[in-house]
Write a protein of this length. Structure first.
Length: 885
């Protein structure tokens, strides 16, 4: 199971935060720098500042809607987090869940070695993985100092088992002889809770300084929950939720568009209001059958098995006048639905236990519930939510709407109606019910944009298409509707079951498509689906019109300042497509030749360390070691400050290891650092590192044992230089072989969102531009803007704007358009920055200009120097050339 594109970005956000954490050695600074790098301010008009609930402990959040794969993201997050910590740190994870249902589900998933989530963790940790329940921990079942030292240990626990104000009554806080061996493990009295025996499970967990994963973290915001987290003595806390509470330190957002694009959810939700409860039953049952017919045809044409399910939501039994689930079941049976196709799932009655709803052998097509299908219950086959209640009240669908949103098999169906979800209700207070639909979408991490009201309305219904266009007005009127509960019982008991049975009979236990198509109901249901398709098209049109150019989810984008293209240049800028380097990907259905944007990963193809030299200058390390001694540093790879694992402790621990163990640890550090690069084969890397170590002198081996960090950096630098040399060689070779072309590709964004701006220089492409890095850059722009032949200029946003995508990515500082239509890409350089890296970028920039055509130019402009290689100019030469363009 591979990560989806949006999931890859979430993990990249985590990895970037961890890199910044190591670099900045400050949690709040890492958080701010992460968001600034995305063009988002932290503070006023931006993301809220970092909230340090746990002093000195990084606590960050992924906001991922229902159906977005939070558990798989958590499984993929464990390795990056531990990779950023010192080697000595125990690999222990507390995986917290909010309910017994999710506890059972998570434990079953993580202990199943054939499940994709467990497979991922096993791969990341070399199959050295142990999963524990709370009872196994209390019993010391394969849980001992040796096991936690050798393996990744994952403790699957519920909030309630540790969230308490009365610790005396909790086994985790009591003396435990089964855990006596841990008393001698990591002697650090400062990490222990007062007034709690050292053998208590909570004390053992505290000693391990675990990473804590908090599933559905919006449930863990109370004072007791925060105390619970502190009691674990965490080293890192990762929150996962669709609905973060105020104070959550969100580092990555996922929104509906991304899930829909990756075929994870059934959106939009199409909402229908029927004129009677008979119509709710008729619509739900017949629509379900039409969807199943579509699913059968889909499967015949290579699709996966799908059996659409209706969730009938009853009102709670506490209201004597409301329809109960027992009444609904008997009603369905009386209507002709086989009892074998009906199941009840409520708090006190679970007919779904041990049933695999996705199995072809399962016959269940109707599930009756109240609000029991909450977090922890998933069935992608659930397509329709039908509410059964008195007509004069709004329906509380908030709790279970999220249960119908997952798309089966995370695979888009050819028949578009199988990619949507449906809500059918019968209520005079329809727009109050819509409020509940929106609340349900919000609770699942979506927005009011993700539902559509069906505009197919029968002539004698209680509302009209015109009313649907003004929800705010109708909502006010509907709130005035009184709850006429006196007639509810009579209304339900007087359902015309014979009428419903007659209407739905062609759709029940009948595979005769002709009889279905000739039925009176068929036209109604066909219209329902046709209008659903129309609403789906409008849904995507809305996204394209309003959010096409927003590179971040709306929640983030709304906090950013956006600057549009100056109206003087908007028409022209919208037509520009800047060439980029492309490689051919082969034939497709539409073309003999398909191309994609060249990446460095393409150029790394075929790279091997086996035939590469191991020549590294280790002689200069003596002076570096001397400098480290003066700085009183231990040269271990930096990490954030962990309780009990500060640099002095790490150094002391490392010094105490035997020589062969030190050597193995050094090798592991080097491999861990380099193995993150997918271009390097892991086995080749091990062989290469062995070759390097074998060539070290005795003195160098001793130095490496004492200061391994410097050797890690040296070898890492060497391997990266080999990769860069290989990529450069392949780039120019492929250019010569015509394997790389330069084709129109990059479109200028309609708006930009820099965190700091300037607006004082004329002829800027956008209403405001990103602030300059240097005064020299400002000088160049001032001079260019004063020229009569220059039409506009743009400050290309670093790391987010256009890049010349060669063997190295070159981000020009400036784009300049001449009156004659030429586009100039300019990189300004102080003379002190003239080096081999600048030369590589200039040469690739010059090659880009050559291949892009005569209307495109590239200039690397030094203040006074002319280095003499392609693409590089002095400022004086550059200005002389530009004046004549």
């Amino acid at each position: 199971m591979e990560l989806k594109n949006y999931q890859i970005q979430v993990i990249r956000d985590l990895e970037r935060f961890l890199e910044l954490l190591i670099e900045k050695q400050s949690i709040s600074s890492a958080y701010s720098t992460l968001w600034n790098g995305k063009g988002v301010n932290v503070g006023i008009d931006g993301m809220p500042p970092y909230n340090s609930e746990l002093a000195g402990v990084p606590q960050v959040c992924f906001k991922v809607p229902t159906g977005g794969g939070k558990t798989f993201l958590a499984a993929n997050s464990i390795k990056p987090i531990f990779d950023s910590m010192p080697h000595i740190h125990p690999k222990a994870v507390v995986w917290l869940v909010p309910s017994d249902a999710i506890l059972t589900q998570t434990y079953r998933t993580l202990t199943d070695k054939n499940h994709d989530y467990r497979k991922k963790i096993d791969v990341d940790f070399g199959n050295k993985v142990e999963i524990y329940s709370k009872q196994q921990l209390l019993n010391g079942q394969n849980f001992n100092p040796t096991s936690v030292s050798d393996n990744l240990s994952v403790f699957v626990l519920s909030y309630d088992s540790f969230r308490t104000s009365k610790k005396d009554g909790r086994k985790a806080y009591q003396e435990n002889g089964s855990l006596l061996p841990f008393v001698r493990f990591k002697q650090d009295s400062g990490s222990l809770l007062e007034d709690t025996d050292e053998t208590a499970l909570i004390q053992v967990i505290r000693k391990l300084n675990p990473v804590v994963i908090v599933d559905e973290s919006h449930h863990a915001t109370s004072k007791l929950s925060k105390e619970m987290l502190q009691n674990f003595n965490p080293s890192f806390v990762l929150d996962l939720t669709a609905t973060p509470k105020n104070g959550s330190n969100i580092i990555s957002f996922v929104d509906a568009r991304q899930l829909k694009a990756e075929n994870m959810v059934k959106l939009p939700v199409i909402v229908y209001n029927r004129k009677s409860q008979e119509d709710v039953f008729v619509s739900a049952i017949s629509l379900r059958r039409k969807l199943e017919n579509e699913a059968v045809e889909e499967q015949k044409n290579g699709g996966r098995y799908i059996r659409p399910i209706v969730l009938f939501q009853a009102q709670p039994r506490t209201n004597d006048d409301s329809t109960t689930y027992d009444k609904i079941k008997h009603t369905l049976i009386d209507m002709g639905i086989p009892e074998s196709e009906i199941a009840i799932k409520t708090a006190d009655r679970d007919e779904l236990k041990n049933i695999d709803l996705s199995s072809k052998d399962c016959s269940i097509r109707y599930i009756i519930t109240v609000n029991a299908l909450k977090e922890g219950w998933d069935c992608p086959f659930a397509y329709i939510l039908a509410t059964v209640a008195n007509r004069t009240s709004s329906i509380d669908v908030e709790q279970i709407l999220g249960r119908i949103l997952r798309l089966p098999n995370t695979r888009k169906n050819e028949r578009e109606v199988l990619n949507l979800s449906y809500v059918i209700t019968s209520s005079n207070a329809f727009y109050a019910t819509l409020d509940k639909v929106v609340a349900g979408l919000n609770a699942a991490g979506f927005t009011s944009k993700d539902y559509r009201i069906d505009d197919y309305v029968e002539q004698d219904t209680e509302f009209s298409v015109e009313q649907a266009g003004n929800i705010q007005t109708e909502l006010k009127l509907d709130n005035d509707v009184t709850d006429d509960t006196n007639n509810v019982s009579d209304e339900i008991d007087s359902l015309n079951i014979d009428f419903v049975r007659e209407q739905i009979s062609p759709f029940v236990n009948n595979d005769n498509m002709e009889s279905q198509s000739q039925s009176e109901v068929n036209d109604v249901v066909t219209d329902m689906l046709d209008h659903a398709k129309t609403q789906n098209e409008l849904y995507w049109q809305d996204f394209e019109e309003t959010e096409e150019y927003l590179p971040v989810p709306p929640e983030v984008g709304n906090k950013m300042k956006h600057y549009k293209v100056n109206q003087l240049y908007a028409s022209e800028a919208g037509q520009i497509e800047i060439p980029q380097f492309m490689i051919e990907t082969g034939r497709s259905l539409f073309s003999e030749h398909e191309h994609q944007v060249l990446t460095k990963e393409n150029l790394y193809a075929g790279f091997s360390l086996l035939d590469k030299d191991t020549v590294i200058d280790f002689d200069s390390i003596d002076s570096e070691i001397a400098r480290i001694d003066i700085d009183d540093s231990d040269a271990m790879p930096k990490a954030w400050k962990l309780q009990g694992f500060d640099s002095q402790n790490v150094k002391q621990w490392f010094d105490e290891q035997p020589s062969d163990r030190k050597m193995r640890l050094c090798k592991d550090m080097i491999i861990k650092k380099l193995s993150k690069n997918n271009a390097i084969n892991d086995r080749d890397l091990e062989v290469y590192v062995d070759r390097i170590i074998q060539n070290l002198t005795e003195d160098q081996l001793t130095d490496m044992e004492q200061t391994p960090g410097i050797y890690v950096l040296k070898i890492n630098k060497k391997v990266n230089s080999l990769l860069n040399e290989y990529a450069k060689k392949m780039f120019f070779e492929w250019v010569e072989q015509d394997k790389i072309s330069c084709q129109s590709s990059y479109k200028l964004p309609k708006e930009i969102s820099p965190t700091e701006t300037i607006a004082s220089i004329p002829k800027s492409l956008y209403n405001e531009e990103e602030k300059f890095d240097t005064e020299y850059e400002r000088k160049v722009v001032m001079e260019l803007s004063s020229l009569n032949n220059i039409k506009w200029w743009h400050r290309n946003m670093a790391r987010k704007g256009f890049a010349i995508n060669g063997a190295v990515n070159a981000y020009p500082d400036l784009m300049v358009r001449t009156e004659s239509g030429k586009l100039l890409l300019i990189e300004t350089k102080g003379d002190q920055l003239e080096n081999s890296e600048s030369r590589e970028k200039a040469e690739i920039g010059a090659k880009w200009a050559e291949m892009a055509g005569r209307m495109y130019k590239y200039y690397m402009v030094f203040e006074t120097k002319n280095p003499g290689y392609n693409g590089a100019y002095s400022y004086e030469e550059f200005m002389r050339i530009v004046k004549e363009l």
